[in-house]
Write a protein that binds this ligand. Structure first.
Ligand SMILES: *Cc1c(COP(=O)(O)O)cnc(C)c1O
Length: 220
């Protein structure tokens, strides 16, 4: 199976309301170009400098998604071009993205990451932190970011019941927050959940964006 075959197979299994992010971290540009030539335009990376280097080399109609943990001091390296930042888990980080976006006269879309897994190695906010962030006066003043949804990662386990429970918890929060009126900088439409091993379960639980790496590019 080639990268193109893998992509076509996955694309054809996704319903129209689910967006595929091809997670290309660690893979070299020729592999990404193979996916590009097969029609893929959304790529996900987890290291800012690696993403910036690939952005420089590759066609400019690609949408670059930052899916990894973001250090505040590195936001400046992606602020001019990043399309969506998935892993925002603090007001401090959101404020820095806002500040850097302003320098480039743009608005950067962000997803707030919720901690849904039982492992405490995975980043993200709990329900209270999420509520507090969205209710804060400081958040309401940010004009160069827009929160467009939530993101989460389930526990790495074979236990399907557990994975389903964790994704459902994220979906419940997404639905709850989506009922609140939209504001200029908070318009929830995207629920980013699901990777190679669990995206089918994630879609069952309401995912609208899946982040798939190894099933497209191979084992890292
Ligand atoms: C690496 C990564 C993925 C993709 O994982 P695969 O198992 O290779 O599909 C998805 N989301 C995040 C946040 C990742 O770091």
């Amino acid at each position: 199976m080639t990268i193109k075959d893998n992509l076509n197979k996955i694309q054809s299994s996704l319903p129209p309301h689910v967006t595929l992010v091809a997670v290309s971290k660690t893979w070299p540009v020729p592999d990404l170009m193979e996916a590009y030539n097969a029609g893929q335009r959304i790529f996900g990376e987890n290291k800012i400098q690696e993403m910036a280097a690939k952005y420089e080399e590759m066609p400019k109609d690609i949408q670059w998604h930052m899916i990894g943990h973001v250090q505040t001091n590195k936001v400046k390296y992606m602020a001019s071009f990043v399309t969506l930042v998935h892993g925002v888990d603090s007001l401090k980080l959101l404020a820095e993205i806002d500040k850097q976006a302003k320098k480039h006269n743009r608005v950067i879309d962000c997803l707030l990451q919720m901690h849904i897994a039982e492992e405490d190695t995975k980043f993200g906010m709990d329900e209270n932190e999420l509520n507090d962030l969205l209710a804060s006066a400081e958040f309401k003043q940010l004009q160069n970011i827009r929160v467009t949804g939530l993101m989460g990662m389930a526990t790495f386990t074979d236990d399907e019941v557990q994975i389903r429970r964790e994704f459902t918890h994220l979906k419940d929060n997404f639905d709850r927050l989506s009922k609140q009126p939209s504001t200029a900088n908070c318009q929830l439409s995207t629920l980013s959940m699901g990777m190679s091993g669990d995206y089918k379960i994630a879609m069952d639980c309401g995912s609208t964006m899946v982040r798939i790496g190894s099933s497209i590019f191979g084992k890292r």
